[in-house]
Design a protein around this ligand. Structure first.
Ligand SMILES: Cc1cc2nc3c(=O)[nH]c(=O)nc-3n(C[C@H](O)[C@H](O)[C@H](O)COP(=O)(O)OP(=O)(O)OC[C@H]3O[C@@H](n4cnc5c(N)ncnc54)[C@H](O)[C@@H]3O)c2cc1C
Length: 317
């Protein structure tokens, strides 16, 4: 059975959790699991990927310490040509999106993104079937990727548990052409301005979404949160529109939170939002749409107008 190539993701000298989640998925798929680690000093990242389930770690020395799209693209293309894996697994992350689809399009590979389920079918396990979300998470689809060529699959973060346990993988080194970026030069990281509040430590979050509809209503929810001794947070569209500061964003590209209570008002429950709050101790969702995905993770839900519920809450606190 052909193997699976996992591309490790790292940031500022640490392997990101999503990498070990990809390893779990790769081990489930079957076949030898190889993890490619790219970096200026890939050996320094070895401990972060040498976990149970990994057969080989291939270290690719690059001229850039930090992620660059074109460097990863070149390196992964070379590894695919050299090793002909059944599948290449990448995180469905901002970094992965920067080069994964480009490789799949250039090499004509089978491709699926936002995948949360995987299976291998056929006698030689050559046919890979992916479960993925479509239409903003409103439907789940099963897609079969063409047999006989590698499939590039981008997995949803947090969909698989992270691989743990002692490793013992064989370590090899690879050189894959020009090691530097021709498109950008990473100069520095600048810390984001200190935020007004840290939503990751709040015990009670009142989180508002696009259901709020108007910027003028945001101060009302700020006051309600204060009254309820909660901290106000929100979904990404409110941050993108400038209605709330970025420090208040919950989700994949915002903060991961785990409060005792997460009260979601007018939030649909897109996967990128759920990734940041689904582990909250108690989730209460209010949404006028009974089909809203947020109800899939909520412990309590109300199909109701959020403003009606807010007015009732005002009376209670
Ligand atoms: C790479 C990437 C990263 C992302 N990162 C994040 C992230 O970190 N965090 C995040 O939140 N999103 C993120 N997103 C965006 C995400 O896909 C969704 O678009 C977003 O979460 C939707 O926000 P929402 O639920 O507030 O809005 P919508 O999806 O528009 O939902 C609004 C909801 O309000 C309900 N509603 C409307 N009026 C009322 C009412 N009066 N009473 C009750 N309910 C009402 C509607 O039924 C609907 O369910 C990301 C997307 C991408 C592609």
């Amino acid at each position: 059975m052909k193997g699976v190539l996992v591309v490790a993701e790292q940031l500022r000298g640490s392997v990101r959790d999503v990498t070990r989640e990809l390893i779990t998925a790769a081990a489930e798929l079957g076949g030898p699991v190889t993890v490619a680690v790219l970096g200026a000093d890939p050996a320094a990242l070895r401990a972060g990927v040498d976990v149970a389930g990994v057969d080989e770690i291939v270290e690719v020395r690059t001229a850039t310490a930090e992620f660059e799209n074109d460097v990863y693209q070149r390196a992964v293309e070379a590894l695919i040509a050299e090793r002909d894996p059944a599948a290449v697994l990448l995180g469905f992350t901002v970094n992965g999106m920067g080069y994964g689809p480009a490789i799949a399009a250039k090499l004509g590979l089978g491709f699926a993104s936002d995948v949360f389920g995987l299976a291998r079918e056929g006698g030689d396990g050559d046919r890979i079937v992916c479960r993925r979300a479509m239409y903003g998470g409103k439907v789940h689809a099963e897609v079969e990727l063409p047999a006989g060529r590698p499939a590039l699959i981008m997995l949803r973060p947090t969909a698989w548990p992270a691989a743990t346990g002692p490793g013992g993988a064989k370590v090899t080194q690879a050189t894959v052409g020009e090691p530097g970026s021709s498109r950008a030069r990473h100069r520095e990281f600048a810390e984001a301005p200190a935020s007004d509040i840290d939503i990751t430590t709040a015990e009670f979050l009142l989180s508002i979404g696009r259901g709020v509809e108007s910027k003028d209503d945001v101060p009302y929810f700020e006051a309600l949160a204060r009254k309820m001794s909660a901290t106000l947070a929100g979904s990404r569209p409110l941050i993108d529109s400038g209605w709330l500061p970025s420090a208040r964003q919950v989700g994949q590209s915002g903060k991961t939170v785990k409060p005792k209570v997460y009260l979601a008002l007018g939030i649909s429950g897109a996967v990128q939002h759920l990734a940041g709050m689904k582990s909250s101790d108690l989730i209460i969702a209010v949404n006028s749409d009974p089909e809203a995905s947020i109800f899939g993770v909520a412990h309590y839900g109300a199909v109701a107008d959020l403003f009606d519920v807010a007015r009732e809450l005002e009376k209670l606190f």
